[in-house]
Design a protein around this ligand. Structure first.
Ligand code: STR
Length: 420
């Protein structure tokens, strides 16, 4: 066994089933194996079988197919009690009634106000605030570095994590004093090293926290999105407290966790491709291209859980049987050769634009925060390199450690040197 990938391959491909590694020890290898396993691949998530979509074209088709639904009760394994709350990934699916878990006309009812609040035009109103947060966090980076006598600082905990937290906190009306508590809980929620009882307990604590915030805004509305979600539209059916809580927690979780990945992965890609970084800093290639290529090549979400078939669905030679679960492997989709060409595995901001990736999804559930994340990264990345033009990684690229998170593409930390 002299091929270095052979052992990993043997461990992760059992009878055509790709076993997703909870410790994320070889993300690129796993992505390639998923792609090789076919447009619709069989996977195993901590002992639980599912299908996953690994191709752009198949995702385009299935993400608008009404026979695939978010409703957990449509899952055969759940109906039969073979998956329960003891399964560590259940919190990714059983997340309360919200725009993330409901389909059809009810989904539109739950989602409309949020997507209206996040249009590019509305986001222009908060751009100055995002710029201000960015400057403050750049100051914090400089301060940390000075304290460490010019030594390494963690770009994740000091910059890439608090920035999206502040932005989504401001939008939803979550007090800054609560941000460290939220970041700590979400880190534990996503980590596969957290015991399941602990994960269920912290989700219950988060529910209590969000319900208190919703009651507070019901009594005294402000101009935040949480208050807007509570207020009935003229003639419309108001959201219930459970629905507002569900939307609020989906927004906070999605709004901060994914954008951390976008910012860190873009910085990492540029620092490990200095020729391309040069082109960006010289103004030859716009930051928007860096953002889109990063979204394609190193997606913040590796696997999105889950949809369930309400009837048998034929896809090519495969049949997704009624009751089976379907995951969307966005990382494999971003590396789809049929969509992006034979060099799909290469980070290349000079590839012909536009880069047609599907990292924000497709169809009715397409990410409502897509424009917001682009605004955030579009402010954070140029500001970071403007302030610290000599920025470089304190680690060799292969030394950067991933967190043991199965669904998100998440770094443990990203130690950088600010001044070359
Ligand atoms: C985390 C736990 C929670 O309380 C609510 C949600 C709903 C939205 C989910 C979120 C989850 C996990 C991360 C998701 C997000 C929607 C977008 C984000 C899946 C389950 C992505 O990674 C794309």
């Amino acid at each position: 066994m002299n091929c270095p990938h052979a052992a990993a391959q043997e461990a992760t491909l059992r009878g055509g089933v790709v076993v997703i590694d909870p410790l994320v020890q070889d993300l690129d290898g796993e992505t390639a194996r998923l792609r090789d396993a076919g447009p619709l691949a069989r996977i195993e998530l901590l002992g639980v079988p599912a299908w996953t979509i690994t191709r752009h074209a198949v995702a385009r088709q299935l993400l608008v197919d009404p026979r695939l639904v978010k409703d957990l009760d449509a899952w055969g394994l759940w109906q039969r009690g073979e998956v329960t709350h003891a399964w560590p990934l259940i919190g990714m699916i059983d997340a309360g009634r919200s725009m993330f878990t409901v389909d059809g006309s009810e989904h539109r009812r739950l989602r409309t106000k949020t997507s209206q609040a996040l249009t590019p035009r509305r986001l222009e109103e908060i751009r100055p605030k995002i710029e201000k947060f960015t400057e403050e966090l750049l100051d914090a980076l400089a301060e940390q570095s000075e304290k460490n006598k010019g030594g390494a600082v963690d770009l994740k905990s000091v910059f890439a994590q608090p920035l999206p937290m502040r932005v989504v906190g401001m939008l939803m009306g979550v007090d800054e004093a609560e941000h460290p508590m939220l970041m700590k809980r979400y880190k534990a929620f996503f980590s596969m090293l957290t015991p399941q009882e602990e994960r269920l307990a912290l989700l219950a604590e988060l529910d209590v926290f969000y319900a208190a915030l919703v009651r507070e805004r019901t009594a005294r509305p402000t101009d935040d999105l949480t208050s807007a979600l509570i207020l009935a539209e003229e003639g419309g059916e108001p959201l219930t407290e459970e629905e507002v809580v569900g939307n609020l927690k989906a927004m906070v979780a999605a709004g901060h966790e994914t954008t951390i990945g976008l910012i860190l992965n873009a910085v990492r890609a540029l620092l490990s491709h200095p020729d391309q970084l040069r082109k960006v800093l010289d103004g030859e290639i716009p930051w928007e291209t860096v953002i889109e290529e990063t979204l394609r090549w190193d997606t913040p979400t590796t696997h999105l859980l889950m949809r369930f078939a309400t009837e048998d669905i034929q896809v090519g030679d495969d049949v997704i049987a009624k009751g089976e679960g379907v995951v969307i492997s966005y990382r494999a989709i971003g590396r789809d050769i049929e969509q992006h060409g034979p060099d799909a595995d290469v980070f290349d901001i000079t590839r012909p634009a536009p880069i047609r990736h599907m990292t924000f999804g497709h169809g009715p559930h397409i990410c409502p925060g897509a424009a917001l994340s682009r605004v955030e990264a579009g402010i954070a990345l140029p500001a970071l390199f403007r302030r610290f033009p000599g920025l470089r990684s304190a680690l060799a690229d292969e030394e950067i450690r991933k967190l043991p998170v199965m669904t998100q593409n998440d770094m443990e930390a990203f130690p950088v040197l600010l001044h070359g």
